[in-house]
Design a protein around this ligand. Structure first.
Ligand code: C2E
Ligand code: MG
Ligand code: MG
Length: 651
């Protein structure tokens, strides 16, 4: 805009300067030309006037001479002679006036001829006058006719020529003036043409600039619109646009009496992938998922990125639910095929919650919430699956909401209890070498709630930090209590959730629990899951080293279910690997699980870590673990988690 303003200003400025210069030059030239013309015309008029005066004086003098010949008497003669002298004087006066004027060489030449002739005629006229005076009329007449009049005629001829010259000069001056005028007008035309060209150029450039400006503004507008309604990573519509599309789809579906399906899709375990392989791979995976989702639906259907790793799909004009089943299954199959991103082969699965209009809800909010609830349900059941929304699910989610409210008061109302489950050495004696603290919630209405039903809520709400702090303190104090009861120095394992592990006060909590309880740090074992350790590898290593400095032990819980690899764990100061229950469950009859557990145990030993098998229920399982040199076993084979007062008998 500033550029176009400058161009317009410069353009009109230069036009102003040009026009002003043109007027000044033109007017000055016209003035000069007019002055010159005036001068020439005035001078020539004066000359003409003087020549006329000379002519009439000469004529009058000749007439006076003729009168002398025809008048009678002394008085008449004297009168004529006086007039002759008078006109002679007049002639001389006019001539002298003429001669002081600016004369051309031609005029000068003619005036010198005239002078010669006048010089010749003067004495003749005087002689005629003398002859008349002496009464010699005849001789005088003869002299007049033969000499004076012809000479006088020659003088008149010169005067006529002079007058002709002056007329021509005047004409020439007028012509020159008009020529000058034409030139000035010509220049004016040229300048006007230049001005017009400049004006047209200004208009042209200004219009072009305005058009460019408008295009830019349009581009900005559509850019802003894109940012407001589209996700910049995947190029898909965002949540705002999703709401809008659902609204329109509802109206359309009401008219055509078909079905409308909303699919809420969440990537399973996206966070560990993002944390382990980095954001470039994480972003690449989201783009790849977005593309596969688009490929799985018709072009008329809408695929949106709702947030982070959540997507939404609006399926319109659905004739039958089986169509939705087919599309959902297609999506699950398509996403679970490997993704090749930045040189990595990445595997991902999705959880899909589906809601149907007009069966489940009639409004955008209801449809989105119900699809989300269904998706959450799938997630809870392990993911990589799709489910339709049902009212029972909603009941579940309201229950969850109620639990969340109750959980806020559970700690202050002392509703938590800690159960302990022994860890037994895998050897002949099978001695209890430690216990794991496992939290229980003694809900006043529901009864005893297992941790799987509330740890997630506590984690989401952040309550886990204060709950965890309490568990740690209680467990340390309890262990010290058993010690004081003479039960020996047993180890105590305490679970840390991801949020607790990343909490900035973790180190001081642990230090405080050790100080307050007086427990030997060597007796405390902190358990974190693989995914907790892999959340942010650099940060995890730093925290683990700080914990190790306090003298406590570190175990990786539920090993084998997460996304980690031993090469990452190798960089961390880890003491124990707790092999997840799912690998122990079928250990007695699954060759695959046997091979897997054996590999973990031997690799862990190579890395200097002890192995603890979780969920050991059967003697065969125990014996196999003993065969492969697994260090510790935990499971119902020895004891379920029990209240603290029952531990004494187990020890
Ligand atoms: P975990 O740390 O892996 O604990 C072991 C779980 O396996 C316990 O479930 C225990 O009861 C169960 N278990 C042990 N042996 C057997 C067996 O032989 N068969 C079967 N079927 N199960 C067995 P629990 O007590 O329900 O705890 C579940 C999870 O909740 C724990 O898994 C842990 O991740 C979490 N958790 C428990 N207490 C706390 C806590 O204080 N803080 C945090 N952050 N998480 C906790
Ligand atoms: Mg544990
Ligand atoms: Mg475990």
């Amino acid at each position: 805009m500033i550029r176009s303003k400058i161009i317009i200003l410069l353009g009109f400025g230069s036009i102003l300067v040009l026009v002003t210069m043109l007027i000044i030059v033109g007017v000055t030239n016209l003035n000069k030309s007019k002055l010159r013309l005036d001068k020439v015309v005035n001078q020539n008029n004066l000359k003409l006037q003087l020549v006329n005066q000379m002519r009439s004086a000469a004529r009058e003098r000749t007439i006076s001479l003729q009168q002398m010949l025809i008048v009678d008497g002394e008085v008449g003669f004297e009168n004529a002679r006086t007039r002759m002298a008078l006109y002679g004087g007049q002639f001389a006066l006019s001539r002298s006036k003429f001669m002081v004027l600016e004369l051309s060489p031609k005029e000068k030449e003619m005036m010198s001829n005239q002078a010669q002739l006048t010089k010749d005629v003067g004495p003749v006229q005087n002689e005629i006058a003398d002859l008349v005076d002496f009464g010699e009329y005849k001789h005088a007449l003869q002299l007049l006719v033969t000499k004076a009049i012809p000479l006088q005629d020659k003088v008149f001829g010169i005067f006529l020529q002079l007058q002709e010259i002056q007329r021509l000069e005047t004409k020439k001056a007028i012509m020159e003036n008009s020529e000058n005028y034409k030139q000035i007008v010509g220049v004016m035309w040229i300048v006007s043409a230049v001005v017009i060209v400049i004006c047209i150029s200004i208009v042209f450039f200004t219009l072009r600039l305005i058009a460019k400006n408008e295009r830019q503004q349009e581009a900005y507008r559509s850019d802003i619109e894109r940012q407001a309604f589209y996700d910049h990573l995947t190029g898909l519509p965002n949540r705002r646009l999703l709401n809008d599309r659902i609204k329109h789809a509802i109206e359309k579906t009401e008219r055509n009496e078909k079905l409308l399906a909303i699919l809420f899709i969440d990537c399973d375990r996206f966070k560990p992938i993002n944390d382990t392989l980095g954001h470039i791979v994480g972003d690449g995976l989201l783009v790849s998922i977005a593309n596969r989702l688009k490929e799985s639906v018709r072009s008329s259907d809408t695929v949106c990125r709702v947030s982070g790793d959540e997507f939404g799909i609006v399926l319109e004009d659905v004739d039958h639910i089986s169509v939705v089943d087919r599309i959902a299954q297609n999506i699950i199959d398509s996403i679970s095929a490997p993704h090749f991103i930045d040189g990595h082969k990445v595997f991902s699965t999705v959880s899909i919650g589906i809601t149907i209009f007009p069966i489940d809800y009639n409004d955008v909010g209801g449809l989105l919430t119900s699809a989300d609830i269904a998706m959450y349900h799938v997630k809870k059941n392990g993911g990589n699956h799709y489910e339709y929304y049902s009212t029972e699910m909603n009941l579940h989610s309201t229950q969850r909401l109620q639990l969340e409210l109750d959980l806020h008061e559970a700690l202050t109302k002392k509703q938590f209890e800690i159960f302990y489950q022994p860890l037994n050495a895998i050897d002949a004696e099978r001695n209890v070498i430690g216990v794991e603290a496992l939290l229980r919630w003694n809900h006043p209405r529901i009864g005893m709630i297992p941790p799987v039903d509330f740890i997630g809520i506590a984690e989401d709400t952040g309550l886990i930090v204060s709950i965890g702090e309490w568990v740690l303190m209680e467990a340390c104090k309890q262990t010290k209590e058993w010690e004081s009861q003479g039960l020996g120095e047993i180890a105590i394992s305490v679970n840390l959730s991801p949020r607790q592990f990343m909490d900035s006060n973790l180190i001081s909590f642990v230090e405080n629990a050790l100080n307050v309880s007086g427990l030997n740090p060597d007796q405390l074992d902190l358990e974190i899951t693989e995914s907790t350790a892999m959340q942010s590898i650099g940060k995890s290593i730093e925290i683990l080293h700080k914990l190790k400095k306090l003298g406590v032990h570190i175990s990786i819980d539920d090993f084998g279910t997460g996304y980690s690899s031993l090469s990452y764990l190798q960089q961390m100061p880890i003491d124990n690997l707790k092999i997840d229950r799912s690998f122990i469950k079928n250990l007695h009859h699954s060759a695959k699980d046997k091979a897997f557990v054996q590999a973990i145990v031997s690799m862990a030993h190579t890395l200097g870590m002890k192995t603890i098998a979780e969920g050991v229920e059967l003697e065969e399982q125990f014996l196999f673990l003993k065969d492969i040199d697994c260090t510790v076993a935990q499971g119902f084979l020895f004891s379920k988690p029990v209240p603290p007062n029952q531990i004494k008998s187990l020890l």
